[in-house]
Design a binder for this molecule. Sequence first.
Ligand code: OAD
Length: 231
Amino acid sequence: MLAVTGAGISAESGIPTFRGKDGWWRREDPTRLATQAAFDRDPAHVWEWYQFRRGLVAEAEPNAAHRALAEWEAAGKDVLVATQNVDDLHERAGSRDVAHIHGSIWRVRCEGCGRERDEAVHPLPELPPRCGECRGLLRPAVVWFGETLPMAPIRQVEMFLEDGVDLALVVGTEATFGYIRAMALVARRAGGLLVEVNPAATVLSELVDVRLAGPAGEVLPALSAWEGTGP
Ligand code: OAD
């Protein structure tokens, strides 16, 4: 089973989405927070936003949806979670096979020497943070608008789909990006029943086999209860 997840799966853990009600992009301009140009112009401003979000993630707990996916994997099902989320709630729920296609909020990359490392200290003592090796500016190692996706997680998804899948679950995402819709459709072509879990309709809704219109924290555990150990 391939689970493609987005901000909606973490909403019930108290982490805001981007485009939904109370979403970030309803009140903030993404070109001032999530682009390289914005970072070049005002790294402190961008880092303040990431510092705030790191705090939310640090305080959040995985919810029943994250746990359901982890339980299916623990029960022996072949599950790959391909997430757009930069939080670590899938891992903290116990999922081991997680492809972070938009990077991680806990990782930083030096603009000077290019080194990348985990930096999980919160709050960061210095904003913007600097590289311990070369004193270059550190930026969040996440994917911003206009940037290419990291190869490793994309390859992980491709390799997973090469063997075929029985189910593709798309949870809590607007599927705004073409590569997310493509991933779902490729999974379907690889044999998976395409199921969307989202309280609201999205651009993907008309293309899926089944739409489960409800919050992920209720729908995913219900799938477990329905089939014993889940899909
Ligand atoms: P969005 O904020 O675009 O969409 C969140 C989706 O979650 C919406 O379709 C909601 O209806 C749904 N949702 C809300 N609560 C839910 C719940 N309890 N259960 C299930 N679904 C729920 O978030 P993404 O699609 O993840 O990238 O956004 C993709 C990317 O756009 C993000 O990774 C981020 C953003 O800009 C960058 O910053 C580059």
